[in-house]
Design a protein around this ligand. Structure first.
Ligand code: ZN
Ligand code: ZN
Length: 257
């Protein structure tokens, strides 16, 4: 997300990985409406795995408009983390039901299935492919995902706050063998002074993390929504100048691993 100019976003969180004709999608912010573009690159895709990190609406606002849910061509399997006070399916149903939405999840066909799990479980494990999960600090909880395939891995963690004593070391350990980390970069060090408890990293947190993850490419996203592209560049400039492996993710950007 970012405010005007839009190079670094304007859509809310959604990242997809295309692998062997399958689409693995992380979160269903309104970025998920760009799936058609994705499909042109992965035209034979029939299997879609959708992994939800948590239930704040910036991560779900595109969900009820995601066309493959309503197309028999696709099998869509949706992974929903349950947190201490939140059962996965109930949380999604709360957003997709009246009065917030005209219809509820019962309109979905047999091509859509749901899997609830507790963060910490390895939710998929087949030969050299797996998806690991881990709970991190965010109001209500957030689930980080690590996709491992053929000895390479990518970690997705859109929202996280540095409040537990081990947040940075736990995260560095979870990502230590990963090629890529896609991570919350919401606040500047100035902005976080009045936003503690809102659940996000600031640039100092990212600097600390990047020092522990020298081999991992770190893609910053989920910026403060009022920030312009220039603001995003300005706030992360010092961090990026010290580490060639830190990038600002752009809307629609593709990275090959
Ligand atoms: Zn959140
Ligand atoms: Zn968010």
């Amino acid at each position: 997300m970012s405010g005007t100019n839009k190079s670094y976003g304007n859509s809310t969180s959604c990242v997809s990985i295309a692998l062997d004709g399958v689409s693995y999608i992380f979160d269903a912010g309104n970025g998920i409406l760009n799936f058609e573009t994705d499909l042109q690159k992965n035209p034979d895709a029939e299997e879609i795995y959708l992994f939800i990190s948590h239930y704040h609406f910036d991560h779900l606002i595109g969900f009820p408009f995601f066309q493959p849910l309503f197309s028999k061509r696709f099998n869509v399997k949706i992974y929903l983390p349950s947190f201490e006070d939140t059962q996965g399916f109930n949380a999604l149903q709360k957003l997709v039901s009246p009065p917030l939405f005209p219809v509820d999840l019962s309109i979905l066909g047999k091509n859509v299935t749901f899997v609830e799990f507790k963060p910490g479980e390895a939710i998929i494990k087949e030969n050299d492919f797996s998806i690991e999960t881990r709970l991190f600090a965010h109001p209500g909880g957030v689930c980080a995902y690590k996709l491992n395939s053929g000895g390479k891995s990518v970690v997705y963690l859109p929202d996280v706050e540095n409040v537990g004593i081990n947040t940075i070391t736990d995260l560095a350990e979870f990502c230590s063998t990963s090629e890529i980390l896609i991570i919350d970069a919401t606040y500047s060090d100035h902005e976080i002074q009045t936003r503690r408890g809102w659940g996000h990293f600031c640039i100092s947190d990212l600097r600390e993390l990047s020092e522990e993850l020298q081999q991992t490419k770190i893609y910053l996203f989920h910026h403060e929504p009022n920030k312009t592209d220039l603001g995003v560049e300005r706030d992360s400039a010092a961090l990026r100048s010290k580490n060639d492996n830190v990038f600002i993710a752009c809307q629609g950007e593709e990275v090959e691993i």
